[in-house]
Design a binder for this molecule. Structure first.
Ligand SMILES: CC(C)(COP(=O)(O)OP(=O)(O)OC[C@H]1O[C@@H](n2cnc3c(N)ncnc32)[C@H](O)[C@@H]1OP(=O)(O)O)[C@@H](O)C(=O)NCCC(=O)NCCS
Length: 110
């Protein structure tokens, strides 16, 4: 796994062409709130972009039930993820679109 950090664990797959998948992101409780989870996600997103994936998807399944669910979804929304549905257990499924923005310029060419 290219993303390595001694205080975090994550399962992910990139390079499938359509959607990169992320699961079970976990940061050591002693080191939460320091930006480690954000940095790990940013590196996976960049790797997926480099690999040509069109989006990154995940199920926002809380592994710690003592934290409000809204904090977890806010964490992913800050990275650009949007809710696209719910999984069979009722947790949010979220997706981040990686398609390049196309800039269209119209005008006369002389
Ligand atoms: C969610 C998690 C990966 C975030 O990692 P992190 O390194 O603390 O994240 P960052 O420091 O980059 O960002 C902190 C933000 O994450 C969110 N967050 C979600 N759960 C949190 C938790 N248990 N502790 C601290 N922040 C948490 C908060 O919104 C926080 O933002 P705030 O400071 O505005 O409240 C981490 O809290 C964790 O391992 N949680 C338990 C495992 C889990 O439920 N993983 C989700 C699998 S989909």
């Amino acid at each position: 796994m290219p993303v390595t950090c001694k205080h975090a664990e994550v399962d992910y797959i990139t390079g499938c062409g359509e959607a990169a998948c992320v699961g079970r992101l976990w940061v050591d409780p002693k080191h939460r709130g320091k930006g480690i989870g954000t940095e790990v996600m940013k590196r996976i997103i960049q790797e997926a972009r480099d690999a040509g994936d069109r989006r990154v998807k995940l199920d926002a399944v809380p592994l710690d039930m003592d934290v409000p669910y809204s904090r977890l979804t806010k964490f992913y929304k800050r990275l650009g993820f949007v809710k696209v549905g719910t999984n069979l257990e009722g947790w949010d499924t979220m997706s981040l679109d990686l398609k390049k923005k196309v800039r269209v310029v119209t005008g006369h060419v002389r």
